[in-house]
Ligand binder design. Sequence first.
Ligand code: PLP
Length: 368
Amino acid sequence: MTRPYNFSAGPAAMPESVLRLAAVEMLDWQGSGMSVMEMSHRGKAFMSICETAERDLRELLAVPSQFRILFMQGGGLAENAIVPLNLSRGGAVDFVVTGGWSQKSAKEANKYATARIAASNEADGHTSLPTPASWKLGKDAQYVHLCSNETIHGVEFHELPDLKALGCDAPLVIDFSSHVASRPVDWSRVGLAFGGAQKNLGPAGLTLVVVREDLLGHALAVCPSAFDYKTVADNGSMYNTPPTYAIYMAGLTFQWLKRQTAGGLSGVAAIEQQNKAKAELLYSFIDNSQFYQNKVAKDCRSRMNIPFFLRDEARNEAFLSGAQAAGLLQLKGHKSVGGMRASIYNAMPLEGVQALVSYMREFEMTQA
Ligand SMILES: *Cc1c(COP(=O)(O)O)cnc(C)c1O
């Protein structure tokens, strides 16, 4: 059986070998007589699954020891509230708006704090990144929030800002939902990173939070206990029942990631090389075409989410139905942007992008 290529923005394609291993282990995990879904989260078997997942993730992302790794629930959208509940102290927060997700984050934070827009690329339709030197960061900001990869608009920070160098002592919060584990993270510039699992790590239901220890313990009194980072950290992510099966699946994905190699590199460094090659293939095809178009500035184009347009939008329906027939799924763009979007996360093999480019070339020829 060959599976079609799934370009969904999320929930997204998972590595086939991970799905196959999960299928083998579905009814009986390693002689336990139970599916992982049926295990007590405090039992020995699941505790070992969870600890291994956390250790592998720490190794893969080179997370320093002064950061805690939390497995939570609620997704990126819940974190839009949970972060200000924990970090804002009810004060002011500066947002760098670079697309739909950071815009949403600012709006939600404003319920619990004073959300200020320090910079925005709204004027150019979210197709560029405002240079950090132009950001209006307040001295009283409790933290600065940005979305390091805008899933809808296809804008990615290829370097995180050095807030200290900008004269700002506030911690940087990043929403890395849609490019976590696709590239290394410079933790020296980050106070907290969060992301839903369903794009690059595993199934929906698990939310990853990586937080510097000194930021724990400042939650507002109204913060739900299950969302207080300190409570979650003190209880090893088991204050409430964690999303056990999603953690297990993410753990299998981490092991798959550790096995990746490319040009003498392994793990995240290897997958980064693969991701670069995949993105370059698609962008260079689009840029060399008179038929297709990508509108994002070249220095901040996402390696994960590539929105593109047919110059003649009357052909959109034919493009999508032909793609579906060719085994290329979920290419329709987000409703707020239109056109097409190819999400090519870690689990998308190079062959999938090659198949997409071949289809795009053929489609153009049939339309001449
Ligand atoms: C998908 C996504 C979210 C929302 O995640 P949910 O799990 O649906 O809450 C937030 N931020 C970014 C950047 C995303 O890509």
